[in-house]
Design a protein around this ligand. Structure first.
Ligand code: SF4
Ligand code: SF4
Length: 357
């Protein structure tokens, strides 16, 4: 293949993913694209697959990024989902022939899948498998983390239309539609701009999806773990608990308004229930490293707590984003630096390092 400087292949790995906001708005998948509404339809009286997932708007989005080799919206240029050698976003792809071939191979595979669907008399751009649905059970949050919309904006609720809490019936319609239309969902992630557990029907949603799909679906939740634990949460494959610190003082510098003891209580109750019931749910503690919680003593304390509760994994997360009042850890800026700390401070066996995307 001849490669010239003009040629810039693009591939968005979110092409077969769907993000459902609590009010039924369907924005682009990523942080940068979230303000862009692909379409907005009530989940009460529309068919999720026919009217939303395989709607004209969603099909156009897929075809633009896959078939036309174009950006779908201007936000694609800075989006973490976009694999684009022109932007050098993937260091392993440094404008090489390999990069072009890899990106084209991914795009070809996606296009082949779309063509297969079109051959079944579905409009081109339709999909029969959703890689992942990101469901936002609640738009409000009880905390005000400075790096998050909830902490940055004075009145976060003013940025979205109601309803702010996803109704259970809407969620049931998503599941029922996917089953009726024979469209498989690979994973449901309960996460969004707010705290999922503020939706009092979240437990019912999880129970319903597990009943309908049995083990044939992966489900997870990201929570600040400050609300009451519910047994239904352990029907998830994993629960990510966002707790950045190992005592109230360091924790509350970022998790503004949060009570550290409640987060520990949440994990303790989850583990107690899991061990009593032989449940497979993995409880994971995600500890983002800021300049306020990155001392060896604080990190060792987190490992001790993780060990005593018996959770599945403890992740020390490297970030390059902070907030107006907080900065990323200046000490732990690379995987190697965190791994070195772990190797030299072995307390909890399942302590790992993660890069925030
Ligand atoms: S790369 Fe573009 S199309 Fe893909 S998720 Fe990001 S903004 Fe949306
Ligand atoms: S807990 Fe999560 S949703 Fe709530 S303010 Fe913090 S980052 Fe945002």
């Amino acid at each position: 293949m001849l490669i010239n400087d003009e040629y810039n292949p693009k591939y968005c790995w979110a092409w077969n993913r769907v993000y459902v906001k609590s009010n039924g708005r369907i924005p682009c998948w990523c942080d940068t694209g979230e303000t862009h509404t692909i379409l907005s339809k009530s989940l009460e009286d529309n068919d999720f697959i026919l009217d939303i997932v395989n709607s004209k708007e969603m099909r156009e989005m897929r075809l633009k990024i896959l078939q036309d080799n174009e950006y779908y919206i201007k936000e694609c240029k800075t989006c973490c989902c976009m694999i684009d050698i022109d932007k050098g976003r993937h260091s392993r792809f440094v404008n090489s022939k390999v990069a072009v071939e890899e990106i084209e191979a991914k795009r070809d595979t996606a296009l082949r899948l779309l063509t297969k669907e079109a051959n079944k008399n579905k409009p081109l751009g339709s999909i029969s498998r959703i890689q992942e649905i990101q469901v936002e059970p609640s738009f409000p949050c009880n905390l005000r983390c400075p790096g998050c919309l909830q902490g940055r904006v004075e009145n976060p609720l003013s940025t979205e239309e109601k309803p702010y809490i996803l109704p259970l019936e809407w969620f049931k319609n998503i599941i029922a539609s996917s089953i009726n239309n024979d469209v498989k969902i690979g994973r449901i992630a309960f996460v969004g701009r707010g705290e999922p557990t503020l939706n009092k029907e979240l437990g019912e949603m999880i129970k319903y999806a597990r009943k309908m799909y049995d083990d044939d679906i992966i489900m997870s939740m990201d929570t600040n773990s400050t609300q009451e634990f519910k047994e239904e949460y352990t029907l998830l494959n994993w629960i990510n608990c966002s707790i950045d610190g190992s005592n109230q003082e360091s924790y509350s510098k970022y998790r503004i308004g949060g009570e550290f003891n409640k987060t520990i209580d949440f994990m303790q109750k989850a583990m107690k229930f899991i061990s009593a019931n032989g449940n497979q749910c993995n409880v994971r503690w995600k500890y983002i490293l800021f300049d306020t919680n990155d001392t060896i003593a604080e990190m060792n304390k987190a490992q001790e707590i993780a060990k005593s509760i018996g959770i599945g994994e403890l992740f020390f997360v490297i970030t390059h984003a902070g907030g107006a009042t907080i900065k990323p850890s200046p000490t732990f800026t690379s995987r190697e630096s965190v791994q070195n700390y772990i190797d030299n401070n072995k307390i909890f066996n399942n302590t790992k390092v993660l890069y925030a995307t």
